[in-house]
Design a protein around this ligand. Structure first.
Ligand code: IPE
Ligand code: MG
Length: 229
């Protein structure tokens, strides 16, 4: 969800105002995804590297999270959204960590949409913590064992990754899980990413051919293949 700061600066507003707008857009976006049958939505809200931002922006983001935790859960419950927080909890304030745990527990039974909020998250952190877990269990370091130890093991890998704000990089998001994701880069800033922008991304996704290492010919339906009999 990139571009909140620029959205605010263009309006001569403080960066935190852009993040606030970003939360409003996310609220709508979750509904739009659920309406389109998306089963899992994973958003990058705060990276392991975002601690390096000015202290007032970091505390503004923490405050926004605390406010969202206290305000958004009833609607998420009503909409059938199961909330998950993904990332390192250790550095977060006890209030925020407790709020996360409560929100997660209160929405755990919901099945319409899984909303993973990556907060104090980094793709490298996830790979390293999974490897530590596998080692501590005395298991062999296989792909399957690592996969099962990932912080995102409760959902399948993403089909589509959307990055807003014009940059064309992953910035430490879903490094392990992105192996076969379709990447979509939008010049729109996150606070401008509306339903039409989501539909454009989904339409582009459907135009891609996902070969997973195979040839195009191998993907053709069996009926089109010359019969061997
Ligand atoms: C939001 O956008 C990403 C977060 C860390 C919350 P940015 O804050 O990176 O916005 P820009 O890139 O400065 O416009
Ligand atoms: Mg940015």
């Amino acid at each position: 969800m990139d571009g909140n700061g620029r959205w605010a600066s263009r309006r001569f507003l403080p960066r935190v105002a852009g993040h606030k707008q970003g939360v409003d857009v996310l609220r709508r976006f979750v509904k739009a995804c659920a309406a389109r049958g998306v089963g899992v939505l994973t958003v990058f809200a705060f990276s392991s590297e975002n601690w390096q931002r000015p202290a007032d922006e970091v505390s503004g983001l923490m405050d926004l999270l605390a406010i969202a935790l206290s305000r958004e859960v009833p609607q998420l419950k009503a909409d059938g959204v199961a909330l998950h927080f993904v990332g390192e909890r250790a550095r977060l304030s006890p209030k925020v960590a407790a709020g996360m745990a409560r929100a997660q527990a209160e929405t755990a039974g919901n099945t319409r949409l899984v909303l993973n909020v990556c907060f104090n998250y980094g793709g490298r952190w996830d790979i390293a913590q999974a490897a530590a877990k596998v080692a501590a269990q005395g298991l062999v370091m296989t792909e399957a064992n690592l996969d099962a130890a990932m912080a995102l093991a409760h959902v399948p890998p993403p089909d589509l990754i959307i990055r807003t704000g014009g940059e064309q990089r992953l910035s430490n998001f879903l490094l392990w899980q992105a192996a076969y994701a379709e990447l979509y880069f939008s010049d729109k800033l996150w606070p401008e990413f509306d339903d039409a922008a989501l539909d454009a991304a989904i339409e582009e996704f459907h135009s891609r051919e996902r070969r997973y290492g195979k040839t195009s010919q191998q993907l053709e339906p069996q009926s089109k293949q010359p019969s061997a009999a």
